[in-house]
Design a protein around this ligand. Structure first.
Ligand SMILES: NC(=O)c1ccc[n+]([C@@H]2O[C@H](COP(=O)([O-])OP(=O)(O)OC[C@H]3O[C@@H](n4cnc5c(N)ncnc54)[C@H](OP(=O)(O)O)[C@@H]3O)[C@@H](O)[C@H]2O)c1
Length: 282
């Protein structure tokens, strides 16, 4: 049976990757308490010792606004850390799968982004994730860069849980209406990554649930499913919210390459969200 090493296994996506990959592979999950990917020696040594067929790097510094303040940490973890993992994969002949983001795009294209569209990140987080991509392309031939967006899942703090918690405390919630994307369920993303690994394809792929909405629309659907009709969602603009990191206004991903090369179809974000609601209490 093929061996898979998952880094960032305690994270939101890492948990679901462990569950999905354990069905078909011999899986080991590690996180920062096992080793820090910014430490080159430890990273290369650990990967070499495990000698996995596949490494999935779901570890990262994922606090998008935090990255604007802790710039060195953002580049150390998402850039240099990814380089260390790529070098480890090079030493051990492992395929590397790296999770990247729609935030490498500036959101001005006006139609769904394809894998070969030119990046232009607006934030430190986006820049640091793009740096990770560049190292991988330089160091490895056998890699997958999986760009995704707007993740929520059972094992992490996420937008769905934030809205549900706010709805317990308030009679109205302000949510931005001028950023468009595709909410993506980590369980679905994990299954898509498994399909990519099974087909042994290479290169960059966009993966998100299908359809798109604004954060405002997403919040409205969350409260509809939670039967919280008494809470009012009020649309506000990103300028009013004024968060430290700039986000793209439009970062919908074109996922046709995934479908074409694996036959795997991502269901609609609304269907995925319904399943999340069914499973979150279990
Ligand atoms: N969340 C999203 O909407 C989104 C969108 C697009 C792409 N992505 C990418 O998808 C991946 C998974 O995201 P996620 O939301 O599941 O992230 P997450 O929940 O924050 O998980 C990341 C994991 O990596 C660990 N980690 C942080 N720094 C590390 C280091 N130096 N060495 C080893 N492990 C380290 C974290 O530990 P601590 O918790 O202790 O820091 C955490 O367990 C990330 O690469 C992210 O950039 C996420």
């Amino acid at each position: 049976m093929q061996k898979v090493l998952i880094l960032g296994a305690q994270g939101m996506l890492g948990h679901d990757l462990l569950e999905v990959f354990s069905k078909k592979y011999t899986v080991t999950g590690l996180d920062i308490e096992d080793f820090d990917i910014t430490r080159q020696g430890a990273t290369r040594k650990t990967i070499k010792e495990f000698s996995p067929d596949v490494v999935i790097n779901a570890a990262g510094y994922t606090d998008v606004d935090g990255c604007e303040k802790k710039i060195n940490k953002a580049f150390a973890v998402n850039g240099q850390g990814t380089k260390n993992v790529a070098k480890g994969c090079c030493d051990s002949g492992s395929k590397l799968i790296y999770l990247s983001t729609d935030y490498i795009f500036d959101g001005t294209k006006g139609s769904p982004y394809r894998e070969d569209d030119p990046p232009n990140p607006l934030s430190i987080y986006g820049e640091s994730k793009l740096m990770g991509e560049r190292y991988i392309e330089e160091i490895l031939d056998d890699y997958l860069i999986v760009r995704t967006q707007w993740l929520y899942g059972k094992h992490g703090r996420n937008f769905v849980e934030t809205i549900l918690a706010l709805a317990e405390e308030r009679d109205h919630i302000e949510v931005v209406h001028d950023q468009q994307g595709s909410p993506t369920y980590t369980a679905d993303l994990s299954r898509a990554i498994a399909a990519l690994v099974a087909k042994d394809v290479r290169g960059t792929f966009h993966v998100s649930n299908s359809g798109s909405c604004s954060w405002y629309d997403f919040a409205v659907e969350i409260l509809r499913l939670a039967n919280s009709a008494q809470v009012e969602i009020m649309p506000i603009s990103s300028t009013v919210l004024n968060r430290p990191a700039k986000r793209p206004y439009y970062s919908i991903l074109n996922c046709q390459r995934l479908e074409r090369e694996t036959g795997f179809e991502m269901r609609s974000w609304q269907m995925a969200l319904q399943e999340y609601f069914q499973r979150r209490e279990q």
